[in-house]
Write a protein that binds this ligand. Structure first.
Ligand code: DGL
Length: 258
């Protein structure tokens, strides 16, 4: 098969990366996708670094062995743990990892207060620390670890009392006048409405899905790997939690409103 006709591989620790997948599908409707979610081992964000690195490497290898022409690491946690190693292992594969969308939030308003919601690992790792230092003179950046939040999405809970109480406590712990919130975990865009409701309409919410999809498209074009001709793209879901319910949740999230 011609390389450009192969699918784009997308990986996340669970179903969260589907928030990136829907942006990829929107920007490249003619491409096929293969999405692997590792829900059996989720959450990654509270595990030891080396374990997440190994899981990520194993899962990316699986996608490449399954015929993926390029890889989107649609997980901020896995990106911070393993993207440097992956780039060394696969220098010829277009590979894009998502990271918290701090730059657009900094550009949106000068000297604003930006809360970055992410997993404990993403916020602790060097990649994020470097990103934060890069912009620390231009904004008040407040890292907000959210252990337990991705689990709501994994269970298909996208609204309701339990989630609202959890998020009210979490956002209430930031004793500042928040201007924007960066969703630094790919599960969080699925609970964006609840976050917006609690934070208030004046707060602008950013996520990295659109920028990541744009970067993948650019990298494919550069490598001559964008699929040509009229083809209606398809997505194949694979999850380590191989149940009908899990696959139904994946299909549901792919069409879930933004
Ligand atoms: N979607 C992952 C991320 O973007 C979730 C993290 C987890 O598995 O804890 O960080």
């Amino acid at each position: 098969m011609e390389s450009s006709m192969k699918p784009i591989g997308v990986f996340d620790s669970g179903v969260g990366g589907i928030s990136v997948l829907r942006e990829l599908v929107k920007q490249m409707p003619g491409e096929d996708f293969i999405y692997f979610g590792d829900s059996v081992h989720a959450p990654y964000g509270t595990k030891p670094l080396e374990e997440v690195r190994q899981l990520t490497i194993t899962n990316v290898r699986f996608l490449l062995e399954s015929g993926a022409k390029s890889i989107v690491v649609a997980c901020n946690t896995a990106t911070s743990a393993a993207v440097a190693q992956l780039r060394k292992m696969y220098p010829d594969v277009p590979l894009v990892g998502i990271e918290p969308a701090i730059k657009p939030a900094v550009m949106y308003k000068e000297n604003s207060c930006i809360v970055v919601m992410a997993t404990p690992m993403t916020l602790k790792e060097e990649k994020f620390q470097k990103l934060m230092h890069q912009y620390e003179n231009m904004a008040d950046i407040v890292p907000l670890p959210c252990p337990g939040l991705m689990e709501f999405v994994e269970r298909g809970i996208l609204d309701g009392e339990e989630l609202t109480i959890y998020l009210e406590r979490l956002l209430g712990s930031v004793n500042k006048n928040i201007n924007s919130v960066v969703l630094g975990c790919t599960h969080y865009p699925f609970v964006r409405d609840v976050i917006q409701r609690i934070a208030g309409n004046r707060v602008v919410v950013f996520d990295g899905g659109e920028g990541t999809a744009r970067e993948m498209k650019r990298r494919l074009a550069e490598a001559g790997l964008l699929r040509q001709g009229s083809h209606s793209g398809r997505t194949r879901f694979i999850n380590s939690l191989d149940t009908d319910d899990e696959l139904k949740l994946c299909e549901f999230l792919l069409t879930y409103k933004k």
